[in-house]
Design a protein around this ligand. Structure first.
Ligand SMILES: [Zn+2]
Ligand SMILES: [Zn+2]
Ligand SMILES: [Zn+2]
Length: 477
């Protein structure tokens, strides 16, 4: 770890280097770099030291100490989100809580800068933001390239877990459920399917032993054996029972068996249960759980897909604003119908327009593009007000017979009944005017793009609702 090569090093980032030994290595003049000599006993002192630095470099050799220290830093809400780097690569394995390894103070500072910048944008004053899930959202927000990766740990009962979520949420037991809830609320989404595992239906454990069993009595006392089939009487028995000192004889009808294929054959059955004496060709399979010792059939096991997760647009907004109630939710005041109903209705209208082409209708798509920036510059309160204003004006434009729908965070669709192309263009014009009408004195305003389509004039005959909306979405981006 070089600490004296910092000629171009920015002095503004307070940095803490945690190392072993008692020897001061940083020049006294470098006031932004502090050193802390690690010993696992003085927890309060460590917390104070870590709270003071904006970036932490752990210059310890031993993996266990690094892990222990990282876990302490990440589980304390006060220090959880700070950039933490290691100086030692541990057997090619990146510790899940670290921000990687560095070889100089300079490098630590450079790598920390983008994280620190993004952390500065997080509003931590709101009441919601005191909840631990904001640590997780904030962590992912400040490291945009990072996703939440599952780790397999043979020592844990359910094998897969998310170490980062466990430590940031402060609850190993509940973090799976909490991640599912974050996913349901659209704050994170499944990124990549990593694995599929099966759980014991009795205790949810994942350490299963698959044993082949007798399909008749479920005994595991089965053995593979060669069976013969006598063509004369149809008797099936083990190879040994056909063997006689003088050759092969059927133990049932005593016929001498000379030619395989003509007198006898190998039977399909090739297993024998030593408990119930049944012979069979295909063994059954049972999964025995090492945790609760109970057995289950393979089809009774509970499958679970294991994904990595990443933050969604909504999750980024929640992380930034420190609130789960999001600004886009204002759009719901339009009494939007659900996307599935919207598609259903649009399909029906498309069908109808083939029969009555003289009765055109139109669709207008609106994509809001700068809600995040507005929240950033105006603050959440004014962003809400601006969106409210937008909604009121949209509501003034649509009639009670028109339908509105949000297909994603920022996409709003208007389905305008009995509206020909000319009428649709006028409405589009009026929607565009909202931009200027809602512009704030300081010049900040809503930015959005619009697209229109009049049916049946502007649709392909084979286009259904999904294809049509997908095409219009493409034109909006
Ligand atoms: Zn026979
Ligand atoms: Zn049996
Ligand atoms: Zn079990």
């Amino acid at each position: 770890m070089k600490t004296n090569d910092s000629s171009s090093f920015s002095e503004t980032l307070p940095l803490l280097v945690i190392r072993e030994g008692k020897e001061q290595r940083v020049e006294k003049s470098k006031t932004s770099i502090k050193e802390y000599f690690y010993s696992d006993r003085d927890a309060i002192e460590l917390k104070n030291a870590v709270s003071g630095g904006s970036t932490i470099v752990i210059a310890l050799q031993e993996k266990a100490s690094c892990y222990d220290l990282l876990k302490k830093i990440r589980s304390d809400p006060e220090t959880a989100l700070k950039p933490v780097f290691l100086t030692t690569v541990h057997e090619g394995e990146k510790l899940p809580f670290s921000d990687g390894t560095v070889s100089s103070i300079q490098e630590a500072s450079e790598k920390a800068m983008p994280i620190v910048r993004r952390l500065e944008r997080i509003d931590r004053e709101t009441s919601d933001s005191q909840e631990r899930i904001f640590l997780l959202l904030g962590y992912l927000y400040s490291r945009p390239k990072q996703s939440l990766m599952p780790f397999a740990d043979w020592q844990s009962k359910e094998v897969y877990h998310y170490p980062l979520a466990d430590v940031l949420l402060g609850d190993d037991e509940e973090s799976f459920r909490q991640l599912q809830s974050l996913c349901d609320h659209g704050l994170i989404r499944e990124e990549r399917l990593v694995d599929r595992i099966r759980h014991c239906p009795h205790c949810n454990g994942c350490h299963l032993n698959f044993v082949d069993t007798c399909p008749q009595c479920e005994s595991i006392n089965i053995h593979q054996q060669q069976f013969f089939h006598c063509f004369t009487c149809g008797h099936v028995d083990t190879e040994e029972s056909f063997l006689d000192s003088a050759g092969l004889y059927c133990p049932n009808c005593q016929t001498k068996l000379r030619h395989i294929g003509a007198d006898y054959d190998r039977a399909l059955e090739n297993y024998l249960c030593h408990d119930c004496k049944t012979s069979f060709s295909e063994a059954g399979v049972l999964a025995r759980c090492h945790h609760c010792s109970k057995s289950a059939k393979p089809e009774e096991l509970v499958p679970q897909n294991i994904h990595s997760f990443q933050l969604t647009e909504q999750g980024r907004l929640a992380a930034r604003t420190g609130s789960l109630g999001n600004v886009y939710a204002v759009l719901d005041a339009l009494e939007n119908i659900t996307p599935s109903y919207f598609y259903h209705f649009l399909d029906w209208a498309l069908q109808l327009s083939k029969r009555y082409p003289e009765d055109p209708f139109s669709v207008i798509g609106i994509r809001l593009s700068n809600i995040m920036e507005i929240t950033d510059t105006l603050g959440r309160q004014r962003a809400w007000e601006l969106m409210d204003e937008f909604v009121i004006r949209i509501r003034a434009i649509v009639r009670s017979t028109d339908l509105t729908c949000r297909t994603s965070q920022q996409d709003l669709w208007l389905l305008l009944s009995r509206t020909p192309k000319a009428g649709c263009s006028i409405l589009q014009q009026r929607i565009q005017e909202i931009k200027e009408l809602t512009r704030q004195p300081d010049g900040v305003g809503l930015e959005f793009a619009t697209i229109t389509c009049t049916i049946p004039e502007e649709v392909d005959e084979k286009e259904n609702a999904k294809l049509l909306i997908a095409r219009l979405k493409g034109a909006l981006s």
